[in-house]
Design a protein around this ligand. Structure first.
Ligand SMILES: C[S@@+](CC[C@H](N)C(=O)[O-])C[C@H]1O[C@@H](n2cnc3c(N)ncnc32)[C@H](O)[C@@H]1O
Length: 266
């Protein structure tokens, strides 16, 4: 995923995110999240930092009755991909570009708000949670997921980038895992006026069938390409060596863990 401070993604980056990262991680995480979420008939649901809509689409497919579902993301390019993939449904579905700290909704508009792998990228986390609190109805639910540990794939990738490419590229690979402390997230939620009702860990098993294609779909692609093909080969070899314990008949299957929080708005 993109670095924490530069969220202006090109259309090509948004499409690569949808084609590679969504099936590998964000769609399976969305499925696991919605199973735990327990949506109610006719809920109005806001998916903040929705990206290309991995979780939003799962919500649309699962929500009973005729609810309202909104996917909002800072990047118009992500929203463009999301809206092109909107499934047919009985719900009212809207996509919009919006910053989480300035949401274009009235107070108390939603029953449920979700943030799937977005919190770690928000520069002002208390302001983001305060704004979500504002647009949720009293008693409404906030569901959020955030990686709880750096995966061995990203560890191996970051170490290889540090060795062969640059410190900046290694930092980009680590950025999605930069906010992992569950106690800190609980305290942030508490301070923003939420009561944590559930905190659990979701474990995914990410498959790497084509390591080269999957690595070159990441935001570090340009950093690697700038160093030339020989460096790319060295990075890929180091990652493959690092992942050897996860090799199952030529496919690397690597666990990746996320915090799942469900919290109630006071
Ligand atoms: C790792 S992606 C997750 C996207 C999506 N939730 C998913 O599961 O595929 C993080 C998303 O956070 C969005 N984002 C970052 N800062 C934001 C902000 N201040 N307001 C709204 N969205 C933001 C990015 O544009 C990006 O789409």
């Amino acid at each position: 995923m993109p670095q924490a401070d530069a969220f202006h993604l090109s259309g090509a980056a948004a499409r690569k995110y949808q084609d590679h990262s969504v099936p590998a991680m964000f769609a399976p995480l969305a499925k696991a999240t919605v199973k735990k979420l327990g949506l109610c008939e006719n809920d109005h649901v806001l998916d903040v930092a929705c990206g290309t809509g991995a979780l939003t689409r799962e919500i649309i497919a699962t929500l009973p009755g005729r609810g309202r579902v909104v996917g909002a993301d800072l990047n118009q390019t992500m929203i463009d991909v999301a809206s092109a993939l909107t499934p047919a449904s009985s719900h009212s579905v809207d996509w919009m570009a919006a910053d989480v700290t300035d949401l274009p909704f009235d107070d108390h508009s939603f029953d449920v708000a979700c943030i799937q792998q977005g919190l770690q990228f928000f520069p002002d986390k208390p302001a983001a949670l305060a704004e979500i609190h504002r647009v949720l109805k009293p008693g409404g639910k906030l569901c959020l997921t955030c990686w709880s540990a750096i995966s061995e794939f990203n560890n191996g990738l970051a170490e290889a980038l540090e060795r062969h490419v640059s410190h900046g590229a290694a930092q980009k690979a680590r950025a999605p895992f930069s906010f992992r402390d569950g106690d800190l997230i609980t305290a942030l939620l508490d301070d923003a006026g939420f009561r944590v009702a559930e905190h659990d860990i979701i474990t995914l098993h990410r498959r790497f069938e084509d390591l080269r294609a999957q690595v070159l779909a990441l935001p570090v692609e340009q950093d690697m390409r700038a160093k030339g093909d020989a460096v790319i080969d060295r990075v890929l070899k180091d990652i493959a060596d690092h992942l050897a314990p996860y090799d199952k008949d030529g496919v690397f299957i690597v666990p990746q863990e996320a915090h799942f929080f469900a919290a109630t708005r006071a």
